[in-house]
Design a protein around this ligand. Sequence first.
Ligand code: ZN
Length: 235
Amino acid sequence: MFFSSAEPTPYDLRFSLLGIPVRVHPFFWLFSAMMGWAARDPGATAVWVACVFFSILVHEFGHALVLQAQGMSPEVVLHAFGGYASPQYQRRTSTWQRVGMLFAGPAAGFLLYALVRLLLSLPAFREWISPIEFDTQGKFRLRQAMSQLLFINLWWGLMNLLPVYPLDGGQITRELLQTWFPWRGLEYSLQISLSVSGMLAAWFLFGSSSQQPYAGILFASMAFESFQALQSRRY
Ligand SMILES: [Zn+2]
């Protein structure tokens, strides 16, 4: 779950999967392509966009299938920096039901990671995909796609579990702290979110060996959001 709304546009791609409606905002394609832009190899950009699309869809379906099992008809939306699965109507749920629903997104991604790993460990598949000297364009792209699927589903899944708003981990932290500290839980979770995202933003933006401007800007905007939420609670 990432940022909370994207207005419908006439250019949205709409379909439905396992009875769950899916909407893809045009900015989703734009931002994914920008993130994986390879000027000399448009094919590589296309493979990257396809992997991001499939991975985020799997992540959101992790949330959506649990919402559906809990009796709420969800809708999945993919937009600029990710996506979200939102229930069409709310139902009363327990803390653990909400934590389970939040965890199901990253868990679905880890499952996809494990499946790709498993496929790559099968001797017959390895033999078929590995000899580079008899490479075809299709095999080359498939190898590319598999290594990107491994990267996205492991690292984005772990990143999503950080205790930072509005990532899944930040929402899990809020749910748990609000249960343990009914009065101060929300504030504690925002303080944790602000400190962790602030440190990560500084590390990604200014760290000598770790410069990743996209991640830096993303964590800086999340730190700002937590800061604002804390301020508006105080005054
Ligand atoms: Zn999520």
